[in-house]
Write a protein that binds this ligand. Structure first.
Ligand code: PEP
Length: 250
């Protein structure tokens, strides 16, 4: 099955609303490529201005996080209804920085993924191992466990539409990209895990990204792997280099 690549930027806690508009305007012509789904996941306060700036382009504006309750006394959180009303279609769930600094767990990732689907949004569900886990040889078991919990109670028709981002923690923001073999091995095992939970059709439909120091140099080989359907890109998504990553084939 041929899956459309999805290349998403994760801006993290960078860019004021003014800077966000400038960056969207700079990148707009550089990321024009209809063969790929292009998503800019931006800070909540940047969503509306970035969306305005992206109008008429191929850029989808996504969110970096959301809460799993519909509404209420959760000071400082962003609800799924707020994102939906703003026109957001993609939301990053369970980034390793959220897990490390904001106590997110596989269970909260599952609750958020369920909510994203309830509101008709596509979760970009992050998973990944630490350097210690890789050195202990438990990467595949760890990732399979993360995936099994993340997808609890998610029906196959929704799972098929999900995006999974495999991001080894030791490769995020370190300039230390995983080898294509390492990235492909884990992405393939994620696809097999989805086939075990659901079926082969769901496994073949789901899109799996690699993330971790992706650059214009590493993107072509990574994205040519059979089980890697694009990337989640941090640092390089804030630069014109993101245009080269999106146009990795040209
Ligand atoms: C990320 O933020 O998900 C990420 C992969 O960052 P970087 O590309 O900077 O490693």
């Amino acid at each position: 099955m041929s899956r459309k690549k999805i290349i998403a930027g994760n801006w993290k806690m960078n860019m004021t609303p003014t800077e966000a508009v400038e960056l969207v305007n700079t990148l707009k012509p550089l990321v024009a490529n209809d063969d790929v789904d292009v998503v800019f996941c931006v800070p909540a306060i940047d969503i509306i201005p970035a969306m305005e700036a992206a109008k008429g382009s191929n850029i989808n504006i996504g969110a970096e996080n959301m809460y799993y309750e519909d509404k209420g006394a959760y000071t400082g959180e962003i609800s799924p209804a707020m994102l939906k009303d703003a026109g957001v279609k993609y939301v990053v769930i369970g980034h390793s920085e959220r897990r490390e600094y904001f106590a997110e767990t596989d269970e909260t990732v599952n609750k958020k993924a369920l909510k994203a689907f309830e509101y008709g949004m596509t979760p970009i569900i992050c998973c990944g191992e630490s350097l210690t886990q890789r050195e202990q040889g438990i990467t595949i078991d760890w990732i399979r466990q993360q995936i099994k919990i993340a997808f609890l109670n998610i029906p196959a028709e929704n799972a098929a539409k999900a995006v999974i981002a495999y991001e080894p923690i030791w490769a995020i923001g370190t300039g230390k990209v995983a080898t294509t073999e390492q990235a492909q091995e884990v992405c393939q095992s994620i696809r097999s895990c989805i086939a075990e939970i659901y079926d082969e059709a769901t496994a073949q439909a789901i899109r799996i990204q690699y993330g971790g120091s992706v650059s214009a140099g590493s993107a072509p080989e990574l994205f040519a792997q059979p089980d890697i359907d694009g990337g989640l890109v941090g640092g390089a998504s804030l630069k014109p280099e993101f245009g080269d990553i999106v146009n990795y084939k040209k």
